[in-house]
Design a protein around this ligand. Structure first.
Ligand SMILES: CC(C)(COP(=O)(O)OP(=O)(O)OC[C@H]1O[C@@H](n2cnc3c(N)ncnc32)[C@H](O)[C@@H]1OP(=O)(O)O)[C@@H](O)C(=O)NCCC(=O)NCCS
Length: 240
């Protein structure tokens, strides 16, 4: 059993070494009022996107996640968070225009995770654990055969957590590659237990060895995963 990574309190200043990945967790605003300071940091297109969310707490979560991302990027780069400009990959993966730092973002159930590195493409995903009565049907629809078999081999009371563990690992891998669901969720298989790993891929053994997955346990009731190209990166996790 792999020991979960510790979460450290935010350091006074943010620095990122060549061989390091840093992950941050942040609690998202739930109301318009709480989201207001984050909204002021967003670009015009992000504000337009925020306004398309009709449910107030979803709008607040979007603004909070983008705003927190901007604050962290600004702190790493010594730049004004509101002046940062994002470009988007073919499947919508955001990146800093002009480069400077790689990042990825995920949010679920009022919690956001942001991952940063100097040179590595990253993918991160978090899910709030919730009862999943349709886990078996969803798994048969979205997961690969080895993942479905592993899930069905588990005791029923472990299945919801294993489902979300599998889900976040698959998403983190897709997001590291910058893909949407077009890659085919059945074209690769991840482990459901520890250690987190890509077990097989239609693209061959080399593709499995090319990537590393980490399990993230940001707080009780949530599971997450991080994916980056394989090597001996050190990973530090912070909360604010
Ligand atoms: C968009 C997607 C990359 C992730 O979406 P998600 O898991 O619903 O949401 P998350 O909060 O984890 O991630 C969204 C963030 O990822 C980033 N993102 C968007 N497209 C991305 C891409 N192609 N690659 C990497 N990151 C991406 C953005 O920062 C986005 O945040 P935003 O709302 O501020 O723009 C995509 O995989 C998707 O549509 N997934 C649908 C869910 C699904 O069916 N999953 C099956 C897993 S088994």
């Amino acid at each position: 059993m792999e020991i979960p990574l510790p979460w450290e309190a935010a350091p006074a200043s943010l620095t990122l070494s060549e061989s390091e990945i840093q992950v941050w967790q942040t609690t998202l605003p739930q109301t318009e009022e709480e989201a207001a300071p984050f909204l002021t940091l967003l670009s015009a297109d992000e504000r337009t996107r925020a306004n398309r969310f009709l449910v107030p707490h979803t709008r607040a979560a979007f603004a909070g996640a983008r705003g927190a991302l901007r604050l962290l990027l600004g702190a790493y780069l010594g730049a004004d968070p509101a002046q940062l400009r994002f470009g988007y990959g073919p499947q919508g993966k955001p990146a800093l225009e002009g480069g400077g730092l790689h990042f990825n973002l995920s949010h679920s159930g009022g919690l956001a995770l942001c991952a940063f590195s100097l040179h590595l493409p990253l993918g991160i995903d978090v899910e709030q654990l919730r009862p999943q009565d349709t886990a078996a049907q969803l798994a048969r629809r979205f997961f690969s055969a080895p993942e479905v078999a592993a899930l069905e081999g588990m005791l029923p009371d472990r299945r919801a957590e294993a489902f979300f563990t599998c889900w976040t690992r698959k998403e983190a891998y897709l997001k590291a590659r910058g893909e949407g669901l077009g890659l085919g969720l059945g074209s690769f298989a991840v482990s459901l237990g520890e250690p987190a790993a890509i077990l097989r891929s239609d693209e061959g053994e080399g593709e499995c060895r090319r990537w590393r997955l980490w399990s993230l346990r940001p707080r009780p009731g949530y599971v997450g995963a991080l994916c980056a190209p394989a090597s001996n990166w050190s990973l530090r996790c912070f909360y604010k």
